[in-house]
Write a protein that binds this ligand. Structure first.
Ligand code: FAD
Ligand code: DHB
Length: 394
């Protein structure tokens, strides 16, 4: 039986933050789109991922009409703490570079996008299978898929946005190209706990046992991470062992500071890698977010990079599908990759400065780097500028 054929201006593969935000920005420009997603809407909404938004991401979301709840519930932080044995230093980004960061989880951004969908011009289709991209270098690219009810579909479009994360099919629809990849010899064990954070701002801690991070989601929910061996089974660590190790690495008892434990509601282990694919476009296919690049989580860039890609891609696609003007679309890959490489470097640098790799020489270099970053205005400013986020043009 031939597939059910329909048409839209932009077919968006993937309903993560990149795909949904792109649909929202296109709708605001009067451009129609259809978002295609393999998972259920409930699964995507509940997925626990990133937690920190840069100033420029907050500005973009607010300008796009997605800032109301963020303004009330987002927790503005002036900076972060960097810690190594017997020392904890606050880096004040507002003083250093005039920008702050916000604790506002990816799950909240997704919820806001779901609530804003009434804007119209957007159609979302969940629980599809067999997604395949066709004729992306022609003027009539299309996506075929099987809907949840088993029917076969062909969605024809003026352009396709591949927002399908690191395992989706879009990247491999770009012929040739170059990929750069680095895997790291460690992973993050992340927990979510129903307990008030023990700190007002995030603590990034270097420790001989391995890196630890104290982050948060709200006044009553803490998010914490421990460096562990890749492949660690989260269930092999008891809750007591997790809290004991976090207390050791985060300096419980140091200068009277205490880590308050609480009930753990989620445990997961995240692998760490850097990955960049170039070019990020081919013909009428454009990649955004994790579909084109992955960064290790240290420095909280993944979600912010996805937002920055989409900020460039939305006007480029609007000009392309409305008037056939390819100028922004042709510049997209090169413009996006400048920021991608800056964030790839920053994430690699934060990661290698803070994680134990078993080499005593590395450990001495890391401590020297940490002392420099926390004692020199130049060192601190470089970190602050990258962490708080560079302006979108860079
Ligand atoms: P995604 O959010 O991955 O969305 C891609 C979507 O495409 C998914 O919903 C997927 O189901 C869908 N898809 C895949 N294949 C297909 C297909 N064939 N057809 C249709 N749809 C498809 N970043 C941080 O900054 N800080 C963090 O703490 C952090 N923690 C993370 C924890 C985990 C477990 C993971 C995986 C990532 C984490 N990240 C973190 C990274 C951050 O979440 C991502 O950078 C961000 O989600 C990128 O958004 P995206 O929309 O590009 O991709
Ligand atoms: C979080 C994740 C990060 O990778 C990071 O650098 C800071 C915070 C978080 O999940 O809260």
């Amino acid at each position: 039986m031939s597939p059910v054929t329909s048409r839209t201006q932009v077919a968006i593969v993937g309903a993560g933050p990149a795909g949904l935000l792109l649909a929202h920005l296109l709708a605001a420009e009067g451009v129609e789109s259809v978002v295609l997603e393999t998972r259920s809407q409930e699964y995507v909404a509940a997925r626990i991922r990133a937690g920190i938004l840069e100033q420029s991401s907050v500005d973009l979301l607010s300008e796009a009409g997605l800032g109301a709840r963020l303004a009330h519930e987002g927790d503005r932080h002036r900076g972060i703490y960097l810690q190594f044995p017997h020392e904890r230093h606050h880096l004040d980004f507002v003083e250093l570079v005039g920008r702050s960061v916000y604790v506002y989880g990816q799950t909240e951004v997704q919820k806001d996008l779901v609530d804003a969908r009434a804007a119209g011009g957007q159609e979302w289709v969940y629980e599809i299978t067999d997604t395949a991209l066709h004729e992306v270098d022609s003027d009539r690219p299309s996506v075929t898929y099987r809907a949840a009810d088993g029917t076969e579909h062909r969605l024809e479009a003026d352009a396709i946005a591949g927002c399908d994360g690191s395992f989706g099919p879009s990247r491999s629809a770009i012929p040739g190209g170059t990929t750069w990849e680095r895997t790291y010899p460690y992973a993050w064990f992340g927990i979510l706990a129903d307990v008030a954070p023990s700190t007002d701002e995030l603590v990034y801690a270097w420790h001989p046992h391995g890196f630890a991070l104290h982050s948060m989601r709200s006044d009553t929910v803490s998010r914490l991470y421990l460096q562990v061996e890749p492949g660690t089974d989260p269930d092999s660590w008891s809750d007591d062992r997790i809290w004991d190790e976090l207390a050791t690495r985060l300096g419980h008892g140091q200068d009277g500071w205490e880590l308050k434990p609480g009930p753990i509601t989620d445990k997961s282990v995240l692998p760490m890698r850097s990955y960049v694919h170039a070019p990020m476009s081919h013909g009428r296919l454009f990649l955004a977010g994790d579909a084109a690049h992955i960064v290790p989580p240290t420095g909280a860039k993944g979600l912010n990079l996805a937002i920055a890609d989409v900020a460039l891609l939305a006007p480029a696609l609007a000009a392309l599908v409305r008037s056939g003007d390819r100028r922004l679309a042709d510049a997209y890959s090169q413009s996006a990759l400048r920021r991608v490489w800056r964030c790839t470097h920053f994430s690699w640098w934060m990661t290698t400065m803070l994680h134990q790799d078993g080499d005593p020489f590395s450990a001495q270099l890391q401590l020297s780097q940490l002392r420099w970053v926390t004692s020199s205005q130049a060192g601190a400013t470089g970190l602050a500028e990258n962490y708080a986020g560079l302006p979108f043009e860079v």
